[in-house]
Design a protein around this ligand. Structure first.
Ligand code: PRP
Length: 186
């Protein structure tokens, strides 16, 4: 029995993800060729994407990490965002690239953007691996998007269900028997 046995369908393969992340890396390297951006990433789901993205980007970049939580063990977004871990460095006057694994309702990012702008960075752009527009509750402009996905609950490549499956190397949909009942959210 492995984590793969719980996957009903692979939505994005390792190859597809690798190829797209490489393209995003090249795009960022081009657009930021004369700058030294700070990649602000949101734990925990983004760690795998961030790790691959920075190695696909030949820029003198730095990384800072925040942890926000709006979901906990619940299956639905509560819209309540809490800061579990704050930035460790100053972002004043810096060019920020927010790296997210998935944008669903957009509430987490909406909160984060307000928080970051209060600290007067030079610029803020958004890079997300997965965009699930079907459930968006707020208007978000995504500058760099890996894939647009349908309204399915996905795991893998950093994304979890109840803290598991983050280590799947692809993006997959779980068998309903795993969560028993209605498909979870985000
Ligand atoms: C996920 C994801 C985003 C957020 C997106 O985080 O990493 O931060 O939800 O959802 P939204 O657009 O509806 O706000 P989660 O709170 O599940 O924490 P995790 O990254 O630690 O798994």
């Amino acid at each position: 029995m492995t984590i793969h046995d719980d996957v009903q369908e692979v939505l994005l393969t390792e190859d597809q993800i690798r190829g797209r992340v490489a393209e995003l890396g090249v795009e960022l390297a081009h657009d930021y060729s004369d700058r030294q951006p700070v990649l602000v990433s949101v734990l925990k789901g983004s760690i795998v994407f961030l790790a691959d993205l920075i190695r696909a980007t030949e820029l003198p970049l730095s990384v800072d990490l925040m942890e926000l939580s709006s979901y906990g063990a619940a299956m639905e977004s509560s819209g309540q965002v809490r800061i579990l871990k704050d930035l460790s460095g100053s972002i004043e006057g810096r060019d920020l690239i927010v790296v997210e694994d998935i944008i669903d309702t957009g509430l987490t990012l909406n909160y984060l953007l307000r928080y970051l702008h209060e600290r007067t960075p030079a610029s803020v752009h958004i890079c997300c691996l997965l965009d699930k527009p079907a459930r968006r509750l707020t208007d978000i402009h995504i500058d760099y998007r890996g894939f647009t996905i349908p309204d399915r609950f996905v795991v893998g490549y950093g994304l979890d269900f109840d803290e598991h499956y983050r280590n799947l190397p692809y993006i997959g949909v779980l068998r309903p028997s795993v969560y028993g009942g209605a498909e979870p959210r985000t």
